[in-house]
Design a protein around this ligand. Structure first.
Ligand code: T4K
Length: 410
């Protein structure tokens, strides 16, 4: 983000600060009749937008050049920059993360059954189901919210062809354990790294694990290209196959050698990506600042636990994930109502779990019996706003709401 943009935003926040109400007790909450804390909604997933001038310059160059899509020069530059940032050989940019998942699973020849977590955004499961591959939901480790390797192992059948680990909230999946299961049972392993851009495991950035990894660059992700995604891999043949598949299978003019689809990233999306890449470190610094501020405040509220990031690794800190204990005076859902009344649009991602949504709910009505940890975590998580649209004064104000909620008589 250009320095001027930052300063402008900071000034706006100082202005907001002077108007924020003080919340000392439940009586000061909007849900009890007091005015709302924020005049404008505070969203989870408000886009981080880099320097406007550099984006507009790129947009103008695209218009002048008259090349808008189909593997144009800006998309190619974007792919090179992302691959070199992640330290991988290939970045195949796509129109969104869901199509990237579909193309990756198809390029890996996954079929039959593929094991995935149920505690993820619905796209992880839908990308398989859309291709008539059956997603089989394995339970998670409640401490990490990621796949539990023992649960994965239990779900393997003769029809299983692969595993998709999701690095939920940008916190790495148990990669080594999943690799071992993959080797032992001859299963292909890939990752949905939609949340994990800029995060590392053992010092190595996510993107370099499994046979390939998929990113989402949707507007709500901390690094966005409006809509967008990518598959990254070190495998030359796989990358080549995916490049063909995202462009209808065309190999040169008039020659189609594969079934394919339209998964191309537009030039304007790539221009947004290049612009936001320039400001990535600043986005991370803002997210980390907010994360630390939330951590300080929430640590002193009994019954609320914030999911931590491993500070010895790289993190993007893009999700503020709080678990509400059963003994907290207000339920998780009531907490969402309390926050919404204050114009804080907190979310209960990824409730109720894919297995409780269609078509999976009808396919496997009893899946919940094998997913007790998923059910429990999905019932207690609330995700709070962060990102460049949220200041530390906003975070402190949100925490004052949470503290007042904690004082609510049962
Ligand atoms: N795998 C995983 C693990 C994923 O999390 C996702 C996407 C995917 C795969 C698929 O990738 P994509 O095909 O989407 O690239 C949002 C996003 O739409 C979705 O991309 C994301 N995960 C998911 C976690 O979050 P919703 O249903 O929460 O979107 P929505 O419209 O309610 O937006 C969230 C908040 O963001 C709203 O309060 C408003 C705010 N917002 C949103 C947009 C679009 C803005 O302030 N500006 C905006 O432009 O799914």
């Amino acid at each position: 983000m250009g320095t001027t943009t930052t300063i402008r935003k900071t000034a706006a926040k100082v202005a907001t600060l002077t108007r924020l109400k003080q919340v000392r007790s439940p009586a000061d909450l909007a849900i009890n009749g007091a005015p709302a804390m924020f005049p404008e909604p505070l969203h989870v997933g408000r886009p981080n937008i880099g320097d406007h001038k550099s984006f507009l310059q790129r947009a103008s160059d695209i218009l002048d050049g008259g090349w808008l899509t189909n593997n144009g020069p800006v998309a190619q530059e974007f792919e090179q920059r992302v691959a070199s940032f992640l330290g991988v050989k290939h970045c195949v940019a796509m129109c969104n993360g869901t199509i990237a998942l579909e193309i990756a699973t198809r390029a890996l020849d996954l079929k039959g059954e593929v094991i995935v977590p149920s505690y993820t955004f619905i796209a992880t499961a839908h990308a398989l189901q859309w291709q008539e591959i059956t997603p089989i939901f394995a339970d998670i480790d409640p401490a990490t919210h990621n796949l539990d390797p023992a649960a994965v192992w239990r779900m393997i059948t003769p029809r299983t062809t692969g595993i998709i680990g999701v690095h939920l909230w940008g916190r790495p999946s148990p990669v080594k354990e999943l690799e071992a299961i993959g080797r032992e049972h001859d299963l292909r392993l890939m990752f949905d790294a939609s949340h994990g851009f800029g995060c590392s495991l053992g010092g190595k950035l996510l993107g370099g694990f499994g046979e390939c990894e998929v990113f989402s660059f949707h507007a709500t992700k901390f690094f966005n290209t409006f809509e967008g995604g990518a598959v990254v891999t070190d495998n030359d043949a796989l990358a080549e196959k995916m490049r063909l598949m995202r462009n209808f299978g065309f190999s040169g003019y008039d020659n189609v050698i594969y079934p394919g689809t339209n998964g191309k990233m537009t030039e304007i999306a790539a221009a947004m990506g290049l612009t936001n890449l320039e400001d990535l470190e600043e986005f991370i610094a803002i997210n980390r600042r907010n994360y630390k501020c939330y951590q300080n405040c929430i640590a002193s509220i009994p019954g609320l636990t914030m999911l931590g990031y491993d500070e010895s690794e790289h993190n993007n800190y893009q999700y503020i994930v709080v678990e509400v204990a059963p003994y907290f005076p207000v339920s998780r859902d009531r907490m969402i109502e309390v926050l919404r009344a204050e114009n804080v649009l907190a979310r209960r991602y990824f409730w109720p779990g894919c297995h409780n949504m269609e078509p999976y709910r009808s396919f496997y009505p009893h899946a919940g019996l094998l997913l007790p940890k998923t059910n429990a975590v999905a019932e207690r998580v609330v995700v709070l706003p962060t990102g460049s649209a949220v200041s530390t004064a906003d975070v402190e104000a949100i925490c004052s709401i949470l503290r007042a909620a904690a004082l609510t008589p049962r």
